[in-house]
Design a protein around this ligand. Sequence first.
Ligand code: C2O
Length: 541
Amino acid sequence: MKSVTRLCHTKSIVTVNGQFPGPSIVAREGDRLLIRVINRVPNNVTIHWHGIRQIRNGWADGPAYITQCPIQTGQSYVYNYTIVGQRGTLFWHAHISWLRATLYGALIILPKHLSFYPFPKPYKDVPLIFGEWFNGDIEAMINRATLTGGGPDVSDAYTINGLPGPLYSCSSKQTFKLKVREGKTYLLRLINAALNDQLFFSIADHTLTVVEVDAVYVKPFDTQTLVIAPGQTTNILLTTKPDFPHAIYFMTARPYVTGLANFDNSAVAGILEYASPSNPHHQALRMKNLPFLKPTLPDLYDTGFVTEFTAKLRSLATPQFPAKVPQKVDSKFYLTIGLGTSSCNSRDKTCQGPNGAKYAASINNVSFVQPTRALLQAHFTGQSKGVYNPNFPTSPPESFDYTGNPPSNTFVTSGTKLIVLPYKTSVEVVMQDTSILGAESHPLHLHGFNFFVVGQGFGNFNADKDPGYFNLVDPVERNTVGVPVGGWVAIRFLADNPGVWFMHCHYEVHTSWGLEMAWLVLDGKHPNEKMLPPPPDLPKC
Ligand code: C2O
């Protein structure tokens, strides 16, 4: 725990090693990491290494009650894993309740020794992590919201590296400053660790070259502005001006909004500041007269921008960095993603969600119920009875116009259900947004795999026509994708990693409402196709 002040509010927050944001972990492709997490707070804790594939080793993945029981107060657990075939920017965060609001940090994987980036070596490398700050006690707030069935509070500020910046009152001293020199190229590692908001980001009067997303290289392209969803990372090259400019530049981020719910409509700003040349005249100028330039961000609701931007993301697809897109598919799944309601448990009271019910969210109308024992242990020890069912629906239980007028019955069902996949099944999943409580873009994150985003569109997916337009050559490969608002997205992956793998909306509010499920990938025949045994210190429930 640590006492932190933001926006003139001081509170005690859960931190790693007293740091907020938490420490950056810098490793190289091929490294084995041993990270001991010692729980010294009253809360149960787990840590997830978001985007790390954890081959055959779900024990180190981290989602609470999915791959492990929480680390309880006073206990410790060593996350022990090797980074195989991945390099780039990822992040780590708590994966229990809403603790990731303050428990997060960068996870940077450098290329192997003596191998290189597929772009010129940057002069410097700087992580920029977006977060959300709440003045109040977040755990108390989400517990209250869960009881009443209403929507949780929205944040009070967005942050860059934990700092809200000068656009908030009482906050100008807490501003992230990126000090740069003229004529250099910087690698900025953008990470969206915000809880509930996709963000637009731009730097005034500078061009951003996108070179990587979710720790996979992409074909470079230039843009003034980008959009990044919670759970996504984006590496950009920023080339500074050749001569000392007589200005100070803002970099700002604010949300891209699609749902009907309340949202934090503020903006975080950081400052891009050119180091003054040795000339003292310049120094004086810098102190006094330099104008501030602000970038122009898209409208809060600019889905057109988001569609255009995401269409530009393509895998590098070179011999050295091939795009291994599954060309044939063994199993197809059609999953509806969206909000709904569940009944208010208390008999004489009404809940604070829609129509006196509780907010719920579901995939194929199943709202996920968090088990009290971890799914991965239950599977590995053959004791799944009473913990989960392997009967998750592979298509919507009822077909209707998913993106049209909402049905009158908005109730979801609930359960702890999985889809079972034999080892090395080639999988296609179409995720279809629903407009049941208003259409909304959902950033879906899959643990244990990267997937290829082979197609997307608006309205209802058409299984006869739409696959004809799939990109099976150089689609972007990633671990988190925004299901378009009122639309669908198609992904493919090869289920070559045995274990239990969580898939969920990376909006924490939707995870709380049940917008998640898990895949169970069975062992293959050969010894190196089977799950590793659990480590001896694996926490118990
Ligand atoms: Cu970054 Cu399951 O989450």
